[in-house]
Design a protein around this ligand. Sequence first.
Ligand code: ADP
Length: 635
Amino acid sequence: MRTKQFKAESKKLLDMMINSIYTHKEIFLRELISNASDAIDKLYFRSLTDDSIPLTRGDYKIALAVDKENRLLTITDNGCGMTAEELEKNLGTIAKSGSLDFKRENETGEDVEVIGQFGVGFYSAFMVADHVTVESRAWGEETGSRWESSGAEGYTIEPCEMDWKGTRITLHLKDDTEDEKYSDFLEEYRLSELVKKYSDYIRYPITLSMPQYRPKAVPEGEEAPEKPEYETVWEETTLNSMVPLWRKQKSEVTQEEYNEFYKGKFYDYEDPAVVIHTRTEGNATFHALLFIPSHAPMNYYSTSYEKGLQLYSRGVLIMEKCADLLPDYFSFVRGLVDSEDLSLNISREMLQHDRQLQLIERALERRIKGELEKLLENDREKYEALWKEFGTQMTYGLCMDYGMHKDTLQDLQLFYSSTEKKLTTLKEYVGRMKEGQEAIYYGCGRTVEAIDALPQADQIKEAGYEMLYMTGQVDEFAIKTLREYDGKKFLNIRTDEIDLSTEEQKKALAEENEAAADLFAAMKEALGEKVHAVRFTDKLKSHPVCLSTEGGLSMEMEQTLNAMPGRENRFKADVVLELNPDHPVTAKLKEYAVTDKEKLADYAKLLYAEGCLIGGVPIEEPAELCRLITGLMER
Ligand code: ADP
């Protein structure tokens, strides 16, 4: 018998499989089972129109069996089978472009991980076996054929006796090594685990026959022997559950089942907060089962967290974490998508440009948004709990991509309100706006209390307006990206010009400012680069001083931006030292401006420090501040 050579590209892939150091060698089983399932599908469809095929749905199965002694694992199906020519064509060449694509990616240096992500087909058997036999008999054929190969040397095909139709693949497992215990693939627990993991939803039963060594049953009436006799019996168990939960009707699934499914699959100890079970037909046909967890995983806000949904193609898992299915701002969603339209052999590169996938992503995004909105409306407490866990991510989403996700995200945001003393939405805020109120006022700081104590908050409160407290690191950036909501501008109480005074008050202030030009100049000189200007303001009520900024950059943003690596001190806010003209301290300043310039300089520095402290801005020169305070006490 002549040994035939594999076609060139097949040989290359085969070599890779044989020498694979890939850690997920286990996927070979998924590949062989899904081939078997496809073969049954083919026969099943043929049987619908071909009366010579007497099988009905319940007759089909995929049987696994092991022979530990000889290190053999067999996978048998009663599907369409292959003729000798088909064996030659299918197993001697790589027909599918998917596998070729995979190879190309690999040659360009991309991680061999792709093996695990996409179908690599029949050859994956050589990751775990040093010899593979395929016996197959197609419907309509009198005999079967046997294909055999030990890998690189090529393969043989010869006729063989077969009294049944279908395909049996026999793997002779490689010898165990220090790193790889191939014999694990002969263990019931391992096979059952793998079927559960990758092939649980194959529509035909996947059975495992294992010899069980157990005491012989004692015939009725006979006495049990002192030493029980043992016998080996073959037992068959079905390993897969066949109907995936997500392919069932919603009405057939209980909340309990959803919860258990989620916890088991995603290793969470808490029930999910929201379950989204959906089936879509039309442009993209898919089933999706999504969960919003009740709490963020420990690593959620770190780079080690990977977003993504499991991706199935007709019940077969093809990707553990498909990131392209979820926008970043909903990265906390877990779950899976099962699409009818994706091929098992699709490559990562192709996946990224897959139109189906994009359609699915968009549909899921709309759905998640809708569910969150519903929750916000119907179960505020639950929504607020979720907001606490994942809100930062959704606020962050507002800043991303030049604010293009505004419509999706702005109504999901919650901020603490000065008047309501609880979290509120922008819509609710606008609904409460007073007559004549033109803007949405907000303050930024580390805590609600700190913002509340800001001198600039006084005028907003006195006017009876509501204020939002932005305590999150990205809040201010998000608001800056939004710029307005429902036609109402956002105004930062500390950085934006807020004009709540009457014409008369304005005129009086302008006059006072003009008269104090010398005082301001002297103070500015004492403070140097720290401030951009000094002036009176009428926004202060009880406080003598506050720091405000001009231009787009606030002191908080300055800090956040400068804290980024490589950006140290690149950003500088234009700080204005604003004084309360009616405060007793101002009278002192005016006095010292004439009598004691040195004292005035010290006071200017003290007031600047006071502004920093109350604004939550770190003091640059604490020693200098202490010296000034001590000096003051001595006097
Ligand atoms: P793919 O499944 O992506 O086509 P494979 O290398 O896994 O690539 O298989 C090549 C071909 O061999 C299949 O397309 C199918 O026609 C045939 N084949 C594989 N396994 C079986 C089987 N158990 N029964 C019938 N045909 C099979």
